[in-house]
Every structure is written in structure tokens, then in C-alpha cells.
Design a protein around this ligand. Structure first.
Ligand code: RFL
Ligand code: PHB
Length: 393
């Protein structure tokens, strides 16, 4: 079948990676088409991340998609780590002079889709069976079904931004791919609750019954999580049970957790994963398609944005100056940040969670680390520097 659509970069997936990539490419005068499996309404309401590193926020503002983010996003200059009821504030401002912004991932997605469509960009939603073809040959393309028709998008480059369960990573031959993986013996049960947040800044709490996190979305909406068994059924968790666990685990002298109606709840398993390389011929993976981190470091969306920043500058060299060195080095350049973030996310995860059936020696080491975080300015600075995010390259 002859291609009925043509562009320079075919992007599979309209999550943060694909949408930010499309925005950055447009500003470089490079044309792209986005193919998304879900409906627009679905991707705009999928509740996920909430924390943007300063570098991510700056990038969204600089690229003209930050108006609502500046108005509605909450700038935070610190975060609380709590061990057995004792709360310790990590002061980003004093330790790094940088900050984070709390703004829902689905709001970022909404803003990017609106700007893409306003600029005349092509985003096809509810696309089925997207398949990159000939990515190592002279005529790459993506075949797919849309509106009951078989279609083909001809493109010089395919960007695999289709998340962890997408199709792009799977076309890299096994023999050239190395996969690194770690599963954690716990998951997060997350809720969105219609109640004013009981805290101005996030609280990450270690408690003998398990981890808990108090985050927020707006003056009227709170986002909270509790550590659960990754295979636990959400049906086992009534709203009363969730609030009662949150009350126990987040409790701190002189502080009250306000409760409210639970609008949404879901359990997510936790995993670390990296594939190397993140490219094959003219296919380039970005974001969760290439790597995932446990959410304790609040890094997944930020890492997706970092990848596509690297990819855009490599693609600009290629399309504008016929220089391929940047594209050839894409994976190597991204993976440096990916592994730094893997280390941080893993450190935060091991610091804050109860390891089921963990050995007593490991618990004592964890306790020593928690005491060190509570008392050492050097350790607090390390956490702050990683949490606010290292500079984008
Ligand atoms: P996404 O967001 O998964 O987007 C991929 C898109 O591709 C589409 N797709 C396809 N389209 C066409 N054809 C196919 N065959 C396709 N297969 C898939 C999907 O429908 C989707 O629209 O990946 P992307 O863009 O790489 O972005 C990654 C982030 O979404 C993810 O890392 C974060 O949500 C992780 N995360 C957090 N990250 C942060 O930076 N800060 C946080 O505070 C934070 N908290 C979290 C999180 C993730 C969580 N869950 C639910 C996993 C908290 C949680 C609970
Ligand atoms: C969130 O607000 O959803 C959130 C915040 C911090 C995390 C993970 C998720 O580490």
C-alpha cells in the first residue's frame, strides 16, 4: 500500500514524551505527526504524575505552553520526609536555590494537545495496530488503522513514545537489546480525594505499617498514596480502610489529616526498567517506552521530557545540517541521566518503604540511612539536588 500521509518525524504515542517532542520539533521547523491509540478524552483525564522539576517547568514555559502551568501550578520550595512520626523538611531553596512545581500530568497533556491543534498540527487519536516498518531501511513508515481504514505514514524517523506497554521497543531485535529490570515487592494504592490538602508541601512517610505519601493537586484536591501488596485487589480497600491507614502512617504530633470523598483509586505495581540501546536504525525510543522508575522519586515524566530534549537537538542537526553524530549518540547521552535517575528513584524507594519479610540487618541499615537523612546537611543536599532535577543537557 502507498503511504497516504507524509512527515519528517512519525511519533507514536501522545503522552508527555510524544507531545513535548512534537512541540520542540515545531519550534525547530521540523514537521511531525502524532499517532495515539487512546481517545483524546482518555489521555486528558488519565491521572498520573504530579511533580515537575524546575528544568521541565522552564522548558514548558520557554516553549509557549506554560501559561496555565504558571497560573495554576504550585511552586514548592521544599518537601517533607517523615520517619516514625518525625518530620524533616528538605529545604530546596536553601540547598539548591531551585524548586519544583506541582501540576498534574494530565494538565500538561491537555495544554500540549491544545497548542498542537491550535498550531495546525496533526494528532490522530484512536489509532489501532500502529507498526513501525523498515526503520533500518531507506523508507521508514508507520502502518496503522484509523476510522476503519488501513493507512500508512511515511517518515524519515520514527519516535517511539508509546510508553512501557507500547509496540516500538519490541521491534528492536533481541540480540542487540540489553534489558535491566527490578521488580519491587510492593505497589502503591493512589487516591484522588475532594478535600483541601492538609499540607502545603509533600510528605513522604516511612511507618512500620508501610509507606504513605501526601501530595496535592489544587486547593480543593488532594492526592495520596499508601504502600500495598502489588497484587492486592482494589476491592479489598474501602475508603474507610484507606483513610484509616493514611491516618496511622502519616500521623505526626500536632498535625491533622483531613478526610474527604474519594474520587478515584487504583493500585500500581512498582518496577525499575531500562533498555539499551534506546535506538535502532531510524527508530528512537523516548520516555517510558525505554525506561521506567518507581514513582518515589517523582521522575518518570521529567525523564521523558529530558529524553526528547536530547532527541530534538540531534534531529535538528540531522534535518538542518545533515549531521548524524547527535542521532548516533542519542541513546548514550540519554542513558547517563536515566541511570542517575534510576539510582535516585531506587534510593528513595528503599529508604521509604517497608520491605515485606525483610531481614533485620537490612532494616537496621535502612534505619541508619533514615537517621542520616534526618541529621546530615550533606545527605539532605544530595536528595534536594536530585529531587529538583539535574540540569537538562
Ligand atoms: P505515557 O504517558 O505512558 O504515554 C505513552 C502514550 O502512548 C500511547 N500508546 C500508543 N499509541 C499508539 N499505538 C500504540 N501501540 C500505543 N501504545 C501506547 C499511550 O496510550 C500513551 O498515551 O509515556 P511517556 O510519554 O513516556 O510519559 C511517561 C510518564 O507518563 C510516566 O513516566 C509518569 O507518569 C511516571 N510518574 C511520575 N513521573 C513524574 O515525573 N513525577 C511524578 O510525580 C510521577 N508520579 C508516575 C507517578 C506514574 C504513576 N503511575 C500510575 C505509573 C505516579 C504514578 C502513580
Ligand atoms: C503525585 O502527586 O502524584 C506524586 C508526587 C510525588 C511522587 C509521586 C507522585 O513521588
Amino acid at each position: 500500500m502507498a503511504a497516504d500521509l507524509e512527515t519528517q518525524v512519525g511519533i507514536i504515542g501522545a503522552g508527555p514524551a510524544g507531545l513535548v517532542l512534537s512541540r520542540l520539533l515545531r519550534l525547530q521547523g521540523i514537521d511531525s505527526v502524532l499517532l495515539e491509540q487512546r481517545s483524546r478524552a482518555y489521555v486528558e483525564t488519565r491521572i498520573r504524575a504530579g511533580v515537575l522539576e524546575q528544568g521541565s517547568t522552564d522548558l514548558l514555559i520557554e516553549t509557549g505552553v506554560g501559561d496555565r502551568l504558571m497560573e495554576e501550578g504550585a511552586v514548592h520550595h521544599g518537601v517533607n520526609l517523615q520517619f516514625d512520626g518525625e518530620r524533616h523538611r528538605i529545604d530546596f531553596a536553601a540547598l539548591t536555590r531551585r524548586h519544583i512545581t506541582v501540576y498534574g500530568q494530565q494538565e500538561v497533556v491537555k495544554d500540549l494537545i491544545a497548542s498542537e491543534l491550535a498550531d495546525g498540527g496533526t494528532v490522530l487519536f484512536e489509532v489501532e495496530d500502529a507498526a513501525p516498518t523498515d526503520v533500518t531501511g531507506p523508507n521508514p513508515s508507520v502502518t496503522f488503522r484509523h476510522d476503519g481504514r488501513d493507512r500508512e505514514l511515511s517518515c524519515a524517523v520514527v519516535a517511539g513514545c508509546d510508553g512501557f506497554h507500547g509496540v516500538c521497543r519490541g521491534i528492536i531485535p533481541h540480540e542487540v537489546l540489553t534489558e535491566y529490570e527490578r521488580d519491587y515487592p510492593f505497589g502503591w494504592l493512589g487516591i484522588l480525594a475532594a478535600v483541601a490538602p492538609s499540607t502545603e508541601e509533600l510528605i513522604y512517610a516511612y511507618h512500620p505499617r508501610g509507606f504513605a505519601l501526601h501530595s496535592l493537586r489544587s486547593p480543593e484536591l488532594s492526592r495520596l498514596y499508601v504502600q500495598v501488596d502489588p497484587h492486592d485487589d482494589i476491592e479489598n480497600w474501602s475508603d474507610e480502610r484507606i483513610w484509616s491507614e493514611l491516618q496511622l502512617r502519616l500521623a505526626s504530633p500536632g498535625w491533622t489529616l483531613e478526610e474527604g470523598p474519594v474520587l478515584e483509586k487504583a493500585v500500581t505495581a512498582m518496577r525499575s526498567y531500562v533498555c539499551e540501546p534506546m535506538q535502532h536504525g531510524n527508530l528512537f525510543l523516548a520516555g517510558d517506552a525505554a525506561h521506567i522508575v518507581p514513582p518515589t522519586g517523582a521522575k518518570g515524566m521529567n525523564l521523558a521530557i529530558a529524553d526528547v530534549t536530547v532527541l530534538t537537538s540531534a534531529l535538528a542537526d540531522w534535518f538542518h545540517r545533515s549531521e548524524r553524530a547527535g542521532l548516533d549518540a542519542y541513546s548514550r547521552r540519554c542513558l547517563e541521566r536515566v541511570w542517575r535517575v534510576q539510582d535516585f528513584s531506587n534510593t528513595m524507594t528503599e529508604l521509604m518503604h517497608v520491605i515485606p519479610a525483610g531481614d533485620p540487618f537490612a532494616r537496621q541499615i535502612q534505619r541508619a540511612k533514615q537517621r542520616y537523612v534526618a541529621t546530615s546537611a550533606a545527605m539532605q543536599r544530595t536528595i534536594a539536588e536530585n529531587y529538583v532535577g539535574l540540569p537538562l543537557s
